[in-house]
Design a protein around this ligand. Sequence first.
Ligand SMILES: Cc1cc2nc3c(=O)[nH]c(=O)nc-3n(C[C@H](O)[C@H](O)[C@H](O)COP(=O)(O)OP(=O)(O)OC[C@H]3O[C@@H](n4cnc5c(N)ncnc54)[C@H](O)[C@@H]3O)c2cc1C
Length: 316
Amino acid sequence: MMERRFIPTRRGFLGLAMAGAGLAALGASASAAKVATKAKIVVIGAGAVGTALVNRLVERLDGAEITIIDGRKEQLYQPGLSLVAAGLKPANYTVSQTTDWLPKGVTLVAEKAAAIDPVAKTVATEGGTKLGCDFLIVAPGLVLDYDAIPGFSLDMVGTNGIGALYSGPEYAAKTWEAAQKFTEEGGIALMTRPATEMKCAGAPLKHAFLVEDIASRGGAAGKYEVHYTAPQGALFGVPIVAEKVRMLFGQRGIKTHMSHKMLSMEPGKKVATFEKTEIDATTKAEVKTTVDMPYNYLHVIPPQRAPEVIRQSGLS
Ligand SMILES: Cc1cc2nc3c(=O)[nH]c(=O)nc-3n(C[C@H](O)[C@H](O)[C@H](O)COP(=O)(O)OP(=O)(O)OC[C@H]3O[C@@H](n4cnc5c(N)ncnc54)[C@H](O)[C@@H]3O)c2cc1C
C-alpha cells in the first residue's frame, strides 16, 4: 500500500523525487507487479516531465486516481526549437497534441493551476475547480521573463536582426528569418544567455554553432563575426563539455565574452548593453562595469523563473 502524504516542503519534494527514482528502478523489470493503491495523485504541468511521469505511474500503479492539469493543449518538443531557428525544420515539427501522449486512466484537466494549498492538500484551477490529492507532482517548467530585458518585446522577433528561439515554435521560425539574413549578409552576431537557471544550457551554444556554420557557407562567408556572451565564468557547467566547446569555438573563430550579463537593448541603434564583472587584482573585490556591444543579429534568452503559482504556494 502506498504511503499517503502530501509534499509541503522542498525536503518532501525531494523525497518524492527519490520515490520516483525507485519507481524508475521498478520499471526496469517488465515482470514487476503493479503496486495497489487508492492514492489520489495530481500532476501540475503536462510537459516533458508530467507526461512522462503519468505514463510511468499508470504502468506501475493499480487503482490510483491520477489527474494532470495543463491549460495548453499542445505538447512542445522544445529541443526541436534549435533546429527550427536554424531553418532545418518547420515550426510544426515541434508541436503535437498532449492527449496523444497521455495513457488511458489519466484525467486531463485542461486549465492552468492557479493556487496550491499544501495544508489543505488542494490545487485550485483558474476555472475554480478544486482538486484534493494525496500526492502532488509539480512540473510546470519555467517562465521566460522578457520584462527583465528593457528594450525587448516579443513582437520584435524576426525583424531588425532580433531572435528569441526559446519563445516557442512561431518565434523560433521568426528567429530563423533574422538569423538567415545575418548568414546571407554578415556583420556581427551577438549570442546571449541569462544569469538564472534555464530550460537548456546547451541551446545557446547550439544556436551559436548552427548560425556560425550556416554563415560560413553562405553569402556572409568572410564578412561576419559571432560573439558568444554569458554571465557565467564557464561555457558549460560540465567541465569536459566546457573545454570541448572552448576548443570548437576557437576553431570556428567564435569570440567569447564571459561574465557578461545582458541588461538591456536599444533596437533602434542595434546596441545591447551588458554588465561585465571582473575581479580586481589587488583587492580581489568584484568590479562591475557596463559595456555596449553593437550587433546586426542579436539572440535574446531572457531570465527564467518558476511560474507564479509555484512562487505563491510556499513550496519553493
Ligand atoms: C530551446 C530549447 C532546447 C532544448 N534542448 C534540449 C536538449 O537538447 N536536450 C534536453 O534534454 N533538453 C532540452 N531542452 C530542455 C527540455 O525541453 C526541458 O528540460 C523539458 O521540457 C522540461 O520539462 P518540464 O515538463 O519540466 O517543462 P515543459 O516541458 O516546459 O512543460 C511544462 C508544462 O507545464 C505547463 N504549465 C505551466 N504553468 C502551469 C500551470 N500554472 N498549471 C498547469 N500547467 C502549467 C506548461 O503549459 C507546459 O505544458 C531544451 C529546451 C529548450 C527551450
